[in-house]
Ligand binder design. Structure first.
Ligand SMILES: Nc1ncnc2c1ncn2[C@@H]1O[C@H](COP(=O)(O)OP(=O)(O)OP(=O)(O)O)[C@@H](O)[C@H]1O
Ligand SMILES: O=C(CO)[C@H](O)[C@H](O)COP(=O)(O)O
Length: 412
């Protein structure tokens, strides 16, 4: 079945009864092979202007069901960096929609489309100020529309998604989003609403501890955006109650959590430069088998520093083992410390199993390719890369299953 979007002023006669040129409904029409119209509609918050011509654009990718990935984290916690690592695993560059709003938050590559859930803010900056709510408060977000549109995309139907403009703080006119092979919904609330949560094929939560969040915020907002230390502290404090109430609890639903904590290798460290990073992987998730170190299910503590891995102070330590997380059975892989030489990462990679690489050294290659990304010398970059490879593997398994054949990818 081809799925097409109809942009028209002249309402087709067959739809006259259900359509009005003044309505705020964008009509998405699905055609079956005999060109009969299967009606589908998505309500948008904008009234379309109607002219005399009609254009029908068909999306080739829509014949396949879109796989939906959710990535949750607070602002400034590395979502964009993770997205760049993920899209790189699939190849090709991710860019904003061509010819669209220059302030669009969407990133499109051949395989993936990343949409930012800030686009579902129902209140703009002034509106939030007036109502006295933060962007983290569910009352500032339109979960009905989020659900409708993610469901439509999953079903292969294009949508007109609103845009929240981070520059102006206003809600801009919507942009057309076609169903991709992989849709990533990233932002504050991908797992907050149970209807949206149920649409996710895989979910990730970036759990950055307060100490580290503060260090990153200072680094970015002070150094790059000219904010004062006091204003950064005040902004973190102001967000905290809503963060604790609405964002943090989502981690219980995530299939994988990347937890970022201060190092334990330097007693009393509060600089936030050396990090202890934990990859918490839920057991029993379809199409996802946790990564392991040396021997699956055992408990391992490993210091790889020595002849094959150069480490300066305070060194590197890995831990791996089974655990429980919000009453779920999980496997946890932990790395504390940072790499001195990324090319030597191959030594660590060769001791990890189930990493879903297509060739020996793929993790190291990805890390070297993006050595300028934040976190490339520590567990954040390593685990984000591995989760990217696991998502590719999950995607290939689902596609292969739909085609009725086992996945071809040789997995290490
Ligand atoms: N792994 C990391 N190690 C060190 N610093 C990091 C890491 N990830 C992110 N940062 C810091 O946090 C900043 C924000 O990262 P990024 O833009 O990826 O986050 P984000 O969640 O997309 O932010 P926002 O939602 O505000 O756009 C970076 O500029 C960097 O200073
Ligand atoms: O938490 C956020 C998600 O990135 C932003 O703070 C939210 O989108 C509000 O944006 P703005 O800073 O433009 O008021």
């Amino acid at each position: 079945m081809a799925v097409c979007t109809l942009y028209t002023t002249t309402t087709p006669s067959s739809l006259q009864s259900s359509s009005s040129p003044c309505s705020s409904t964008t009509r998405h029409l699905a055609f079956n092979q005999r060109q009969q119209v299967i009606f589908y509609s998505t309500t948008t918050r904008r009234t379309r202007s109607w002219s005399s011509s009609s254009t029908i654009s068909c999306s080739a990718a829509a014949a396949e069901k879109t796989i939906v990935i959710g990535l949750a984290a607070d602002s400034g916690c590395g979502k964009s960096t993770f997205m760049r690592r993920l899209t790189s695993v699939f190849g090709g560059a991710a860019e904003p929609p061509k010819g669209g709003n220059p302030d669009s938050n969407t990133l499109i590559s051949d395989t993936t489309t990343v949409i930012c859930l800030d686009d579902y803010h129902s209140l703009d900056r002034a509106g939030r100020k007036k109502e006295g709510v933060t962007a983290l408060d569910p009352r500032a977000n339109n979960f009905d529309l989020m659900y409708e549109q993610v469901r439509a995309l999953k079903d292969g139907v294009p949508v007109e998604k609103p845009i929240y403009n981070h520059v102006s703080g206003l809600l801009d006119p919507p942009e057309l989003i076609h169903p991709p092979k992989i849709l990533v919904i990233e932002g504050l609330h991908p797992m907050y609403d149970s209807r949206v949560r149920d649409l996710l094929d895989f979910s990730i939560y970036l759990d950055i501890s307060n100490e580290v969040k503060f260090a990153w915020k200072i680094q970015r907002d002070m150094a790059e955006r000219g904010h004062s230390l006091e204003s950064i502290k005040a902004s973190i404090e102001a967000r905290k109650p809503d963060f604790d109430a609405y964002i943090d609890p989502q981690k219980q639903y995530a299939d994988a959590v990347i937890e970022v904590l201060p190092t334990q290798l330097i007693p009393g460290d509060n600089e936030g430069k050396v990090l202890r990073v934990r990859l918490i992987m839920k057991e029993g998730v379809k199409y996802f088998s946790p990564v392991y170190l040396f021997d699956e299910g055992s408990t391992i503590s490993w210091i790889p520093c020595g002849r094959k891995l150069t480490c300066s102070y305070p060194g590197i330590k890995f831990n791996y083992g089974p655990d429980a997380y919000f009453s779920n059975e999980v496997s946890v892989l932990e790395m504390d410390g940072q790499f001195d030489r990324l090319d030597e990462l191959i030594y660590v990679e060769s001791h990890l199993s189930n990493i879903s690489t297509k060739f020996y050294g793929e993790v190291t290659q990805q890390m070297l390719k993006h050595s300028d990304f934040p976190g490339s010398n520590n567990g954040t970059g390593l685990f984000q890369t591995i989760v990217g490879l696991k998502i590719r593997d999950l995607f290939e398994q689902i596609v292969a299953e739909r085609a009725g054949a086992p996945a071809e990818a040789a997995r290490v």
